[in-house]
Design a protein around this ligand. Structure first.
Ligand code: NAP
Ligand code: F7E
Length: 330
């Protein structure tokens, strides 16, 4: 039975990847951060279904605690390590640049070092990001496109991306970078724009909220479904040689287009409800992102399965169910 070690298992991708690997028969070992209130809501269903049989195991750790990471890897001796943990909010990275940078650089460094020194051949997946491109114009971006980070988040991700390549090339390690474009789901954090919108649409349609305040409505993103993207992470680690791959849908939509579709689902016109505020604009904006996943399609056999419209619908419908429960409690 294969063992996977997942940092950031309590996050959006942590849930979908764990579910995917559990279905394949993997044993999961994941790290969570100690917090003053419970932060495992996304993975509670996996805890209750799989923890008693030892198939889903959680450990307190933090990417800034190098000793805890190396102790865990040496104890568990996983076959695969997926480094998903990060302070993943781009706007927050401008407010907390030092913390964001340390987590996304020192964490991967500690993991790569312990894997390098391990007697076992452990495969490593690094969660790289389309934010590293900077997205100035409407070019299709692939593995050979230039990186031009626009935020502390993206600069730190680029460091980890390069470090992963350095360890791969210097020490013959199976270390890959998945350059994933935006991917969303009903489990997306509530402060990312897609979830902020679908949650507001649901609450407005049920009379629980009046307005929605956003920032730049003209920004365009290549939005896919997280459930499709975790399959690509696994496929990268099963490939015959380690490399870097772009994972994207090849389509880009603006925040306005997202708003339009989401509000239409509940029969409303977004222009009547949406306000903008400088508060949600960033010091430096990534205007346009669209990815070319041809290499992943050719070499990994990976393709996105969920359309943009279906993704928006899935998120709105899920948030309507959550908001109905909120309304009952009022
Ligand atoms: P997410 O929902 O924000 O999850 C991040 C996870 O990292 C959470 O489990 C979080 O724990 C954990 N974490 C944060 N700081 C940590 C620290 N100091 N030590 C240990 N764990 C820490 O992010 P996601 O959407 O699943 O994304 C997964 C990874 O892919 C991230 O590295 C992200 O930067 C990257 N990525 C995401 C996208 C996307 O569109 N989703 C695209 C490209 C790359 P808490 O729950 O306690 O906060
Ligand atoms: O912003 C604009 C905002 O915060 C998308 C992370 O997973 O994907 C994510 O980063 C766009 C930006 O995601 C609001 O200015 C407008 O142009 O949902 P987001 P992101 O910055 O693209 C990449 C690939 C990652 O790697 C990251 O970890 O929407 N926008 N108004 C807004 N964004 C937010 N959050 N809130 C607003 O009110």
């Amino acid at each position: 039975m294969s063992k996977a070690f997942i940092t950031g298992v309590s996050g959006q991708d942590g849930y979908y990847l764990s579910k995917y690997l559990l279905d394949k028969g993997y044993e999961i070992h994941g790290t969570v951060r100690r917090s003053s209130s419970i932060n495992t809501s996304r993975i509670d269903s996996l805890i209750s279904e799989f923890s008693e049989t030892g198939k889903f195991n959680l450990y307190y750790s933090d990417l800034l605690d190098q000793s805890s990471l190396s102790n865990l890897i040496n104890l568990i001796e996983p076959d695969e390590v997926y480094n998903l943990a990060a302070q993943s909010h781009v706007a927050v990275s401008f407010k907390n640049p030092s913390y964001t940078s340390q987590v996304s650089t020192l964490g991967p460094l500690a993991l790569l070092e312990v894997i390098k020194n391990s007697k076992k051949k452990i495969k490593y997946y690094q969660a790289s990001s389309s934010e590293m491109y900077g997205g100035k114009d409407d070019k299709l971006l692939d593995e050979l496109s230039l990186f031009d980070p626009k935020s502390p988040y993206a600069a730190a991700k680029l460091f980890a991306h390069n470090l992963t390549k350095v360890y791969r090339d210097s020490y013959d390690m199976f270390a890959v970078n998945g350059i994933l474009f935006n991917h969303e789901s009903p489990l997306r954090g509530e402060t990312f724009v897609t979830r902020k919108i679908t949650r507001a649409v649901a609450r407005i349609s049920l009379g629980l909220q009046k307005k929605l305040t956003l920032g730049n409505l003209d920004a365009c993103r290549d939005w896919g479904f997280a459930g499709d993207y975790v399959e690509a992470m696994w496929l990268m680690l099963q490939h015959d040689k380690p490399d870097d791959w772009v994972i994207a849908t090849g389509e880009s939509f603006s925040v306005k287009q997202f708003l339009n579709i989401a509000f239409e689902i509940v029969g409303l016109d977004y222009e009547e409800y949406v306000l903008t505020s400088d508060k949600y604009f960033r010091p430096n904006e990534v205007n346009f992102l669209k990815g070319d996943a041809t290499k992943a399609k050719k070499e990994l056999g990976w393709e996105p399965k969920t359309s943009f419209n279906d993704l928006v619908k899935m998120m709105v419908e899920s948030d309507i169910e959550l908001s109905k429960r909120e309304k009952v409690l009022l």
